[in-house]
Design a protein around this ligand. Structure first.
Ligand code: UD1
Length: 417
């Protein structure tokens, strides 16, 4: 089984161009079935989730080519609208194919992805939104069958600004007749990126980035090129590592506005943070202070996906910090692994209290999920001695060559096959 071995305590120095955003590229690849034409998508990170999405596209009959970080999808040959369980199980975000397939073919058949990583991840809001556009949804056991003889525009008011439900609604609305307005839409930058892709194909979508998204459906879509935005959660991971290991790191490609709550935490913890355009610099002596309570929230609040890496960085701080996880119930499993390194973290329900210890020590660890795995890497970079992290398949879902990136910054890190 492959593992990542890290000897902590080295300062990190250098500049990192941040990979393309996982949470942008996955819905954009799903959206590529909409146009029935060719999409050339640049800056696609090499991730197992991306490979799983390409397998779904191939299964649907699309022709897919990958050259470096550019993926070309020819959706003109699409000839089916079902996704088998084997492919759905790979990745939860494949549920975005619902809206895309409905818009293209008027039908979609897939099964609920099983298992649970961060706690229950219902799709009731996705289905309610699709129903508002005239979709007949049937749930049978673990499978979902959606049909729409004529998708029509409509008003959708989301009970929670769900990222996935907003994306599914946007995609289905592109194939509907008339105007769709999505109220209480998620405002994440990845929603804006999806809008940019759709508009590049000829769709008419406006308002992404605000809480009202308007889609004029039924536009003829055509071939397009699009470049995926950089991954703000990867950027937060690199900032967290530099903050606790110490050093001077430049993170390139992500505008400061996308990470304000994270940058504020590190400034409060005692780091020097500055930014210009889409470049950010962090400098830290590795001695952090505890910070005011951190509460995760939908964008532009503190991102739930950054909670594990930031909490990990504060394990060696002076004082205590409180984290409140409001988005996903089961997001603290990695704290048990951090405890093996000597971290002092008390978890009760959605609240975690981190009391800094002088130093973490290296340990044998298992990544419990994607961001929890990244949190272990962050902690190990600052710890004394060697840590070996297993279950890298979780980390590979969202980080391209994480060991190479940290090695380039001067970390002692190797991946053993
Ligand atoms: C996306 C991101 C994920 C991130 C999350 C929140 C992708 C591929 N994944 O996930 O990395 O952690 O946003 O920023 O983009 N909910 C319901 N019913 C639904 C849908 C969601 O109750 O039908 C709840 C969820 O349980 C959760 C909250 O809404 O508590 C937000 O979830 P959502 O924004 O939908 O997250 P995802 O799109 O799954």
């Amino acid at each position: 089984m492959s593992e990542l071995c890290i000897t902590g305590g080295r300062r990190l120095e250098g500049a990192i161009p941040v990979q393309g955003a996982k949470n942008s590229v996955l819905p954009i690849l799903a959206a590529s079935v909409l146009s029935g034409s060719v999409s050339v998508i640049h800056n696609c990170p090499d991730l197992s989730d991306v490979r799983a999405t390409l397998a779904i596209l191939r299964h649907l009959g699309c022709r897919v080519e990958q050259q470096g970080h550019t993926i070309t999808v020819d959706a003109s040959t699409l000839d089916r609208c079902d996704i088998p369980e084997r492919l759905m199980r790979e990745m939860r975000s494949s549920v975005i194919f619902l809206g895309a397939l409905l818009a293209r073919t008027g039908e979609a058949r897939l099964c609920m992805p099983g298992g649970c990583e961060l706690g229950p991840r219902p799709i009731d809001l996705h289905l309610a939104a699709l129903r508002r556009l005239g979709v007949d949804v049937r749930e049978l056991g673990g499978s979902i069958r959606c049909c729409a003889s004529g998708l029509h525009g409509g008003e959708i008011s989301l009970a929670i600004p769900s990222v996935g439900a907003t994306e599914n609604a946007m995609l289905a609305a592109c194939g509907a007749n008339g105007l769709t307005v999505i109220y209480n839409a998620a405002r994440e930058p990845e929603i804006w990126d999806l809008q940019q892709y759709l508009n590049a194909c000829g769709a008419r979508v406006a308002g992404a980035g605000s809480s009202t998204v308007v889609v004029q459906g039924g536009m003829g879509l055509h071939t397009c090129q699009h470049t995926v935005i950089a991954d703000r959660i990867c950027a937060a991971t690199f900032l967290s590592a530099a903050a606790c290991a110490g050093g001077e790191v430049e993170v390139q490609g992500v505008p400061r506005e996308q990470l304000v709550p994270v940058l504020q935490v590190f400034a409060e913890a005692g780091c020097r943070v500055r930014s210009e355009g889409d470049r950010m610099w962090i400098s830290s002596d590795g001695h952090l202070r505890g910070v005011s309570p951190v509460r995760t929230a939908p964008y532009p609040g503190f991102p739930t996906d950054a909670q594990p890496v930031v909490l990990a960085a504060l394990c060696g701080s002076t004082g205590s910090s409180v984290f409140v996880e409001t988005m996903f119930e089961n997001r603290y499993r990695y704290t048990m692994e951090l405890a093996r390194m000597g971290a002092n973290i008390r978890v009760e329900g959605r609240v975690a209290v981190v009391t800094g210890v002088e130093r973490l020590s290296g340990a044998a660890l298992e990544a419990p999920d994607l961001r929890g795995g990244a949190a272990l890497v962050v902690a190990a970079l600052a710890a004394e001695g060697e840590s070996c992290i297993r279950c890298l398949r979780h980390i590979d879902r969202g980080y391209e060559n994480l060991s190479g990136v940290f090695a380039d910054l001067g970390a002692r890190i190797t991946r053993r096959a």
